[in-house]
Design a binder for this molecule. Structure first.
Ligand code: NAP
Length: 437
């Protein structure tokens, strides 16, 4: 192998892989000039040679055999851009065990098998970079690992999924309901045919898990964090939130609690005050708000997905690999920026404390508000604001309450009692309110 260049193989030439191939082939001269060292694309593995592509690399670069890349001593860096768990996991581990460095955009793989992959990489003294796995084109990983490396992170909060942000934005701007915006988004290609992974929060949760590992040295299992999507949000909730001075976003949050210093990690719809930095991030944009003890708050926003924004992050990782290769300084920092991950688990959701928005559907009768207030008082939950609307044609009334800070366990017990009242006609809507960010 010519040791005066960094050789690369791509596993996958779909949305992301095609973008990376395009950058390496069309912008190669510019990248090499910046690097002063050639970054050479050697091979691209795909499933089907005949399938149409967003960018067509020279046919001689394509193969259907990933083992022309994995384990090939002529290829130094393997970029895994196939997605899914298998065969991606097996191929990545085989490449690592053959001494090849890894770049990946696969958040699901790292969120579920990160510890195994990072351990194998440390053992084999190879690098694993994954800038594109979190928030696509936004360089948040490098910002945390390098720019903020000397900071203790007070909190990291973000909008990590473009599809759900797009749906909530259109619901709030046009008063549409969730299902009709989702149907339109699917027709326009903004949402997957099976949107569960996005709308139920799992895609964003995978990114939050990786950010938690980078910020706190703890990689929680997905079962250890509360994950809730946006499918039950109604235009009515968005309207009431606006009336109260809030917007609704699907938020991922990780921070050490001011009460007991324990780590809280959760992913769910949340009401944010309209003047919060994240409140104006609309459409399919992603955003990450990170607060370092010395840096203060930093907001990064941009495209969280898409062919070229994601390719930009993957290619930046390849450039970093080439720099490391040139200066013989692979493993300059541990993959997650920590020498060792801790086994600490996040605080159970039942113990978190926050404020709540509650929308009751009640019969239009005297005494209902007093009964509800009594249930909350019994659990020491105090109310900050109450909105009562006009009855609809069925004689039911939406009754909206904002509470002061309360413990989740107490809130859920109080709601169980409240929903058992004969006057309460439908399950109550609960949205957490984040006033303290
Ligand atoms: N799309 C985005 O905007 C975005 C953003 C951030 C991160 N990501 C992540 O990037 C990764 C790739 O996403 P994508 O949207 O580019 O996926 P995609 O469009 O479905 O492309 C997958 C590529 O992998 C190839 N492939 C799949 N299984 C293979 C196998 N067994 N052997 C050889 N090749 C195989 C496919 O080959 P064929 O072309 O022949 O079918 C295709 O070229 C995923 O982990 C995703 O989560 C994507």
């Amino acid at each position: 192998m010519n040791s005066q260049q960094t050789t690369v193989g791509l596993l996958g030439c779909g949305n992301v892989g095609a973008g990376v191939a395009k950058m390496l082939l069309e912008d190669g001269a510019y990248i090499n000039q910046k690097l002063g060292w050639p970054l050479a694309l050697r091979k691209i593995a795909v499933r089907n040679l005949a399938c149409g592509r967003l960018f067509n690399p020279p046919p001689e670069l394509l193969t259907t055999d990933p083992y022309e890349i994995v384990g090939n001593p002529e290829i130094k860096v393997v970029a895994e851009l196939m997605g899914g768990i298998e065969p991606a996991r097996t191929l990545v581990l085989k490449a690592i065990n053959s001494g090849q460095h890894i770049v990946t955009a696969n958040k699901a793989l790292l969120a579920l098998h990160g510890p195994e992959i990072f351990e194998a990489a440390a053992k084999n003294r190879v690098e694993v970079l994954f800038e594109a796995a979190v928030a696509g084109g936004i360089p948040i990983i490098r910002t945390l690992k390098e720019g903020l490396s000397a900071n203790r992170i007070n909190h990291i909060v973000g909008i990590f999924n473009g599809t759900t942000n797009y749906i909530l934005t259109r619901m709030s701007r046009e008063g549409l309901d969730f299902q009709s915006v989702l149907n339109e988004a699917q027709k326009a290609g903004y949402a997957e045919a099976d949107p569960t992974f996005d709308v139920e929060g799992f895609d964003a949760a995978h990114k939050l898990i990786l950010l938690t590992a980078l910020c706190y040295g703890i990689q929680p299992a997905i079962e250890d964090i509360h994950v809730e999507g946006i499918s039950s949000i109604t235009p009515q909730d968005i309207e009431f939130a606006a009336e109260l001075g809030y917007v609704i976003k699907l938020l991922g949050l990780a921070y050490r609690s001011a009460d007991d210093d324990r780590l809280e990690v959760r992913l769910h719809p949340a009401m944010l005050p309209k003047d919060n930095l994240l409140a104006d991030i609309g459409g399919a944009m992603n955003a990450v708000l990170v607060s370092g003890h010395a840096s203060g708050e930093i907001l990064l926003t941009g495209a969280g997905a898409g062919m070229m924004p994601t390719a930009s992050s993957v290619t930046a990782d390849l450039v970093e690999m080439a720099r490391a290769d040139r200066s013989r300084s692979f493993q300059r920092t541990p993959a997650l920026g920590w020498c060792q991950l801790s086994n600490e688990r996040p605080k159970p959701m039942s113990e978190i404390r926050t404020s709540y928005y509650l929308r009751f559907t009640v019969a239009d009768k005297p005494g209902v508000l007093a009964s509800l207030a009594g249930i909350f008082a019994e659990r020491n939950i105090s109310l900050a604001q109450v909105l009562q609307k006009r009855p609809d044609e069925n004689g039911t009334v939406p009754l909206v309450m904002l509470t002061h800070t309360a413990m989740e366990r107490d809130m859920l017990l109080a709601l169980k009692d409240a929903d058992g009242l004969p006057a309460v006609q439908a399950p109550t809507m609960l949205i957490r309110v984040e006033n303290r960010l």
